[in-house]
Design a protein. Structure first.
Ligand code: ATP
Length: 388
């Protein structure tokens, strides 16, 4: 049996890891590849808000999910103290006494091999396998391989693969800037966004894809126009444009669901909707949409609130909440007699526009003989005193 061992911090795991490991499996004819996330890496210091070992393990499992030879191994997470590869290798050797063991690493780790804990013993058991991480590393690899051969009588193998010049460090920086998605498996990216690892913010193109996939076909243009309107309003009223964009993209994500599905989401996300809301899909979609925005797409509290109150409004609304409420109301596709006046107000006096919009809603509800939600009534009362 030929077994590969691929350890790493995987913070986060990326396509560079996957690409190199996949080529190595093929080139070496491996029967099994153990992917071993480190708990406390001896060679690196982790930042305080680093995802836990279990979280990095789960992300690595997602990245390698389609590799049939892959087997995740969590022994370095359960061991106390620094994660020494020699301990892992000895444990694997115990499981597979007759197997040939290959230790996979990139150039940086390979060149430091001699400094690893009990390096001599380690090199006695495994064959090092190295993949370059950047062009021009071939000579350094060959020189060091020669040195290991001479000193430890081991013959390292260099894998010839298409180099992907990416590191987890670079990715962590990109993710906070809504970039880096192309270097990650889709499932890993979704996990990072949902959990808010690395202070990651969703790439807008990805967010639109996710949101539009949840919408009925005819609603998509409305959501696109709401996003554009929200950005214009954010610029006008000096609100963070990206927050307005995010809230607008996500504001209607559950709109196409019926009352039954809405109530199931309330159950799933522990939404305590009042009785007036529970009977009304139009009101429920704001609550369930906000919950999904937060749990699945990592929305911040301000974005959550803007989605949550985009139908009813509420007393003490923030500027972002007002912007999403109004963008939804006045986007260029809307056509009703008062829309021109409302559009004008939205760019000249935000509170007066809110009051006008909410009062129009109250009038419409009264005509239909329906009782308004208390949040709307309170919002109107509050805005009346604000605009006096
Ligand atoms: P960091 O930037 O945090 O140091 P990293 O990108 O080097 O992280 P690790 O989890 O430390 O990722 O790497 C695990 C193993 O994968 C190491 O042996 C490393 O050399 C190798 N490796 C990492 N990135 C690549 C890549 N792009 N191509 C080939 N090998 C890589």
């Amino acid at each position: 049996m030929r077994i590969g061992i691929f350890g790493g911090t995987f913070n986060p795991p990326h396509k560079g890891h996957l690409q190199a490991a996949t080529v190595a499996i093929e080139a070496l004819g491996l029967d099994k590849l153990y992917v071993v996330p480190t708990g406390v890496p001896p060679h690196k210091s982790l930042e305080p808000d680093t995802p836990s070992g279990t979280a990095r393990y789960q992300m690595a499992a997602l990245l390698f999910a389609d590799v049939p030879q892959m087997q995740m191994l969590d022994i370095e997470l359960t061991r106390q103290g620094p994660s020494y590869t020699i301990d892992t290798v000895l444990a694997i050797q115990k499981l597979h006494p007759a197997a040939e063991l290959f230790l996979l690493s990139g150039t940086d780790m390979f060149l430091s091999l001699e400094h690893w804990h009990r390096a001599g013993e380690l090199l006695n058991i495994v064959t090092p396998v190295v993949f370059a991480r950047a062009d021009g590393q071939g000579q350094a690899i060959a020189d060091f391989a020669g040195h290991l051969q001479e000193r430890y009588s081991v013959t390292p193998i260099q894998i010839d693969h298409e180099i992907l010049e990416i590191s987890s460090t670079a990715l962590r920086e990109m993710l906070a800037l809504r970039a880096g998605r192309a270097w990650l498996a889709d499932s890993v990216y979704a996990e990072i966004i949902a959990r808010g690892y690395y202070n990651a913010k969703p790439d807008f193109e990805w967010l639109r894809e996710q949101a539009h996939a949840m919408l009925s076909h005819k609603r998509i243009p409305h959501v696109q126009r709401t996003e554009e309107e929200a950005v214009r309003l954010a610029q006008r009223w000096d609100v963070e444009e990206s927050a307005a964009r995010e809230a607008a993209i996500l504001h209607d994500i559950t709109k196409s669901l019926d009352i039954q599905a809405q109530l199931q989401l309330c159950e799933k996300y522990d939404i305590l909707a009042d009785s007036a809301t529970r009977e009304n899909v139009k009101l429920l979609h704001a609550k369930t949409g906000a919950a999904i925005a937060k749990v699945e797409f990592g929305a911040a509290q301000a974005v959550y609130d803007a989605i949550c109150y985009h139908t009813t409004g509420r007393q003490g609304m923030t500027t972002l909440e007002k912007i999403i409420y109004l963008a939804d109301y006045i986007e260029p596709g809307r056509d009703f007699p008062e829309v021109h006046a409302l559009r004008e107000l939205a760019y000249t006096d935000l509170d007066k526009a809110m009051l006008y919009g909410l009062e129009l809603s109250l009038k419409e509800l009264a005509q239909k003989g329906r009782i308004p939600h208390p949040d709307t009534v309170e919002a109107v009362r509050w805005l009346k005193t604000e605009t006096e």
